[in-house]
Design a protein around this ligand. Structure first.
Ligand code: PBG
Length: 333
């Protein structure tokens, strides 16, 4: 950056002047976290009285609906505005039918939350991988995930979530055309005001490892590189976001967050849509694992990571840390 003002170097300029006291540091702080920035992901399962820890993600649980209701009340009391739901079905099959069953686990969970804490914004992950027996995000035809045939199912999933009362649907299958297909289904189905938060730049990432254990969604053959993005690509991520916006995305997402801060920065420069970043399971487990071993200060590392994600340009941060960060932020004042 060039400035028209005369540049003065040391010793006239001393940047430490702005760091001398806590008050002046706070006053000149460029990025602040708010509890309102967060979306808290939840894993919902069938049964009663289930509160089962997800081993690689300390503090994260599989919850049955009765426990879910207690959990969302706590989340709402912390001031968190929104949750993102993932479901563990009773039954998996080739076409992931429980994903669009009106009485599937997610549809029931939405109803339970809307009854218990109607003010909480309920977002749902729209994908098939937790519901298919092969673990892929779409329908398999000739050993490949068939893009166009999957669109119809994703549209059914999103519509069934809206019918159950979801406030926002978040398609994460990385099928071309999924946002457009879902927008049409919502509009035709009478839900023109349900927004789409598109997982637009979703990378084929090793950082989803703990989630796949948690959601039991590991592909049974091959991998997701045929549909999720190559980690080496950033320009292509902008094309993904551009296409999703053209198809009607209201919010765009970059996922994972920490290894893709450059993509968040570029998205912020290129688009005026709200940008979400998903601080994924592997990012969570890394910090929790190291902190549990005493290898780093967990709270310090977590706040630094979340601040970096916001500084890069994210408006919405989806994070398993949301509850603990909310507690720290609430205690500050
Ligand atoms: C479903 C989905 C995944 C995540 C969110 N939605 C897994 C995947 O694509 O394999 C990952 C979330 C996380 O790691 O926290 N398609």
């Amino acid at each position: 950056m060039t400035s028209s003002l005369p540049q003065s170097g040391f010793p006239q300029s001393r940047l430490r002047r702005l760091r001398e006291s806590s008050a002046i540091r706070l006053m000149t702080q460029e990025t602040s976290l708010s509890v309102k920035d967060f979306v808290y992901p939840l894993f919902v399962t069938h049964g009663r009285d289930v509160y089962e820890p997800v081993e690689p993600m300390p503090g994260v649980y599989h919850l049955s609906l009765d426990k879910l209701v207690e959990e969302v009340s706590e989340i709402s009391q912390l001031g968190i505005l929104s949750v993102l739901l993932f479901g563990l079905p009773d039954h998996k099959d080739a076409r992931g039918t429980e994903a669009y069953d009106p009485h599937g686990i997610i549809q029931e969970a939405i109803r339970a939350i809307k009854q218990a804490t109607p003010q909480l914004l309920v977002m749902t992950d729209v994908c098939l991988c937790e519901y298919t027996d092969h673990g892929h995000c779409g329908v398999i035809v000739d050993d490949m995930v068939d893009n166009d045939e999957t669109l119809e199912l994703l549209a059914k999933v999103a519509l069934s979530h809206a019918e159950a009362g979801a406030d926002v649907v978040a398609p994460s299958a990385m099928m071309d055309g999924q946002v457009g297909a879902i927008r049409r289904a919502l509009d035709d189905g009478g839900y023109p005001l349900v927004p789409i938060m598109a997982y637009s730049a979703k990378y084929a990432s090793a950082f989803y490892g703990p989630f796949r254990a948690a959601a039991d969604s590991t592909p049974q053959f091959g991998d997701r590189r045929g549909y999720q993005m190559e980690p080496a690509n950033a320009r292509q991520a902008l094309r993904e976001m551009e296409m999703d916006i053209q198809e009607g995305a209201d919010m765009i997402m970059i996922k994972p967050a920490l290894a893709y801060l450059d993509v968040i920065v570029r998205a912020r420069q290129a688009f005026n849509h709200p940008i979400a970043a998903y601080n994924v399971s592997g990012e969570y487990s890394m910090v929790k694992g190291a902190a549990a071993n005493g290898w780093l200060d967990g709270q310090g590392a977590i706040l630094e990571i979340i601040t970096a994600i916001k500084r890069a340009g994210a408006d919405i941060i989806i994070s398993y840390h949301a509850k603990e960060v909310a507690r720290w932020l609430n205690a500050e004042r």
